[in-house]
Write a protein that binds this ligand. Structure first.
Ligand code: KG4
Ligand code: ZN
Length: 348
């Protein structure tokens, strides 16, 4: 039962947590949303600078709130990939420094493995195998979770991530950033069948469509064209109907693919993660499709779905328990295949 201090700075959240196995002792998350809002999205250079300014205070706060001393901490973890390299470097370097100074093992963590581990925080009794539907601003992945460090990415997006699509459509409807929560709210008041939009299927060379991969850039373009057409009429835009129709299309596409994966691989649990897992339409549609098939859907609390360091600490604690530690030579990577995550560790 390892106790780990973990740092996460892969995008626009500066986060530090102290985790004992699957339990959170403290979790500090400082969001930069307000800073990036005026640019309509995350500005990488600004994100890195803000991480530098905040990370030391976040470490001090996490230590204080946990009540643990360095003698009780077994290892220090930092997210090393994937993400914005400049942003990742801040937290990763801080984690390595703390490990060196306090002579603790260092554990590099893959951000997506962290998102998978968020489900263990909400249900510490959860055990693999299960399917993880990870839908965030940067990722849309269907991951077959086999064991700690052993994953198979069954499906992913070929272009925009689901959250990215929400943000881009919100921007063209002039709803502000981040767009997901606004579209979610408006969709409650709109008619999801008002407009028919393309689901974005991936054609296979042998005919038919890919069962697990998705594509959202065509959908975003379709909303743009439709909006332009509606604007040309001079009538006020039916924003709620547009939001509801867009959300319904994304939701149906994700649900269809997640259910197909779970059924094809005989998995009876789908654990959701990432910011888009907060979406009420997606939760309802997936739950309604899974229930008759006796597939359990797990919706972790939103604070575990969005970026945080507790999920990174939870993954690191399990690796450390298994004797997996990382070299200080591990650097930050904007991309790193989840299937190769064991390359980050030297084994006992
Ligand atoms: O996981 P996250 O906090 O950050 C990463 O991208 O890693 O996810 C942020 C994304 C944004 O694109 C945001 O618009 C979306 O999650 N999001 C939502 C909702 N809340 C956040 N999308 C749809 N419905 C929501 N309620
Ligand atoms: Zn994330």
């Amino acid at each position: 039962m390892a106790t780990v201090l973990a740092i996460e700075t892969s995008c626009d959240e500066t986060a530090v947590a102290i985790v004992k196995n699957r339990h959170i002792l403290s979790s500090v998350v400082s969001s930069q949303v307000a800073t990036h809002q005026k640019y309509g999205g995350v500005v990488p250079e600004v994100a890195s600078r803000q991480h530098v300014e905040i990370v030391n205070a976040a470490i001090a706060q996490a230590l204080e709130e946990s009540g643990v001393s360095w003698s009780e901490i077994d290892g220090v973890a930092g997210t090393c990939a994937p993400g914005l390299v400049g942003a990742l470097l801040v937290g990763l370097t801080a984690a390595k420094m703390l490990a060196l100074v306090h002579q603790k093992p260092f554990i590099a963590v893959h951000h997506l493995e962290g998102h998978i581990y968020a489900s263990y925080l909400s249900d510490p009794t959860l055990e693999p195998p299960f399917l993880c539907l990870l839908v965030s601003g940067g990722h849309t992945s269907l991951i077959y979770v086999k064991d700690c460090g052993h994953y198979e990415v069954l499906g992913q997006t070929r272009d925009d991530a689901a959250g990215e699509a929400f943000d881009k459509v919100a921007r063209l409807l002039k709803l502000g950033y981040p767009g997901g929560p606004m579209i979610d709210k408006l969709a409650m008041e709109g008619n999801p069948k008002a407009f028919s939009l393309p689901e974005g299927q991936i054609s296979l060379p042998e005919g038919g469509f890919h069962r697990y991969d998705s594509s959202f850039s065509g959908l975003k373009t379709a909303v743009l064209r439709l909006t332009q057409k509606l604007e040309a009429t001079g009538q006020p835009l039916p924003i709620a109907d547009l939001a509801a129709s867009f959300q319904d299309t994304v939701t149906r596409a994700l649900t269809k693919r997640a259910i197909a994966c779970a059924q094809d691989f005989g998995l009876d649990t789908i654990a959701m993660g990432g910011g888009v897992a907060a979406n009420r339409g997606l939760r309802q549609t997936l739950q309604a499709a899974a229930e008759p098939l006796k597939i359990k859907v797990m919706f972790p609390p939103i604070k575990f779905c969005t970026d945080n360091a507790a999920m990174i600490g939870c993954a690191a604690a399990e690796h450390l328990d298994r004797g997996h530690t990382s070299s200080f030579a591990i650097g930050a990577h904007s991309r790193f295949p989840l299937e190769q995550v064991m390359q980050l560790y030297s084994l006992p």
